[in-house]
Design a protein around this ligand. Sequence first.
Ligand SMILES: [Fe+2]
Ligand SMILES: [Fe+2]
Length: 202
Amino acid sequence: MMNLEQIDNKLKKIMKKTRYRHAYRVSQLAKEIAEFYHLPVQRIIIAALIHDCAKDYTIDDLYHFIKKYNIKLSVIEQKIPKIWHSYVGAEMAKDIFQIDDLEILDAIRYHSTASCKLSLIGKVVYIADKIEPNRNLTKIKKLQKMIWEDIDLTMLGLLNQELKYLISKDLIIHPHTLKARNKIIMNRKVFLEWPEQPDILR
Ligand SMILES: [Fe+2]
Ligand SMILES: [Fe+2]
């Protein structure tokens, strides 16, 4: 695996300046979150820095990489080109940055849709990407504070926002996004829908 300096130098070459600055801000926020919660800082910084490494490619270029890396897109994924850079990015992380850490690769792969498989590394990258300091929508402000209280609740807030946005625009919802949200809720509130758990669930 390349060291952080080598990764950083390479990224500066392949990313547009503004994109690199976003990646850098995400990595700095991800670092702060990792330190605050005693998570693996170095691995989180690397995943955060690399997450958008494929975002500056055109749809045609991304399509070329999807073929080259033999990425199998589901029918739904074929219809959402916006998320292709995440899958290509994970393959580039392996190919160009020689990363074999599966949690780092999944953090990159699922930073657009999220996934119920995300480790804490993936959750921190997902969150930092969406609440980095340059994102200053009012609805993000609350989550920028919440991250210092609860990682999962922040993630849930972001997933809810994303789903509401997709519905309001009549856009496709990737099943991973729904599953990621359901998992957080199921892990926290055990069947709050029922005043008492029905027999069948005991
Ligand atoms: Fe992205
Ligand atoms: Fe990003």
